[in-house]
Design a protein around this ligand. Structure first.
Ligand SMILES: CC(C)(COP(=O)(O)OP(=O)(O)OC[C@H]1O[C@@H](n2cnc3c(N)ncnc32)[C@H](O)[C@@H]1OP(=O)(O)O)[C@@H](O)C(=O)NCCC(=O)NCCS
Length: 154
């Protein structure tokens, strides 16, 4: 391969990785901005790690171009672990339901190995438990004050 073409390819790869890095940093900042609106109770529901900075899947819901909710997922083999947060002011409007419904379509099409969604919810997180039931998740375990829900998507 000629030297010029090789250098061009290296630059392209570099450029692409810089763009990806920026997009991901921008996304993390949006996630942090939404997390800043949460109550202490919400933070308790989410646990010590409020968001997955290493998520392979992330999506936002925007109102007037302002992100007010996010869903993200860490993919581990056949499992996709979900985390979802909606700004307190915009709850009970179906935003979480829509984000999860979209993730149910997009995750298996982007990550071919994924067979089921996992959602771990604190036992007193009533909104999440209702939502999981409403969307057809099945409770498979209950321990350490947490409920483990799964949804088969294949
Ligand atoms: C859980 C959470 C994401 C729900 O978001 P949301 O946008 O308000 O949910 P939706 O409007 O899509 O609700 C869908 C269903 O969830 C249930 N639900 C939502 N909020 C509820 C509440 N406060 N009480 C009871 N059920 C509730 C209802 O069954 C609702 O169905 P409906 O259309 O029949 O009313 C939101 O409350 C939140 O961000 N909580 C803090 C963070 C958190 O706990 N995240 C999940 C932990 S992993």
């Amino acid at each position: 391969m000629n030297h010029m073409i090789l250098m061009e390819m290296i630059n392209l790869i570099k450029e692409k990785s810089i763009i990806n890095e920026n997009v991901s940093k921008e996304e993390i900042n949006l996630v942090k901005k939404i997390n800043n609106t949460l109550t202490n109770q919400d933070k308790e529901y989410l646990g010590p790690r409020w968001f997955y900075d290493d998520s392979q899947y992330r999506n936002f819901h925007c109102i007037n171009k302002e992100p007010v909710a996010y869903i993200e997922s860490r993919i581990i083999g056949t499992k996709a672990y979900l985390e979802i947060v909606v700004h307190p002011k915009y709850r009970k409007k179906g935003i979480a339901k829509n984000l999860i419904a979209k993730a149910m379509e997009e995750i298996p099409s982007k990550f071919k190995d994924v067979e089921r969604l996992y959602w771990v919810v604190k036992e007193d997180n009533i909104p999440s438990i209702h939502l999981a039931n409403k969307l057809g998740f099945t409770k498979i375990a209950e321990k350490n004050k947490e409920l483990r829900f799964i949804l088969e998507i294949k």
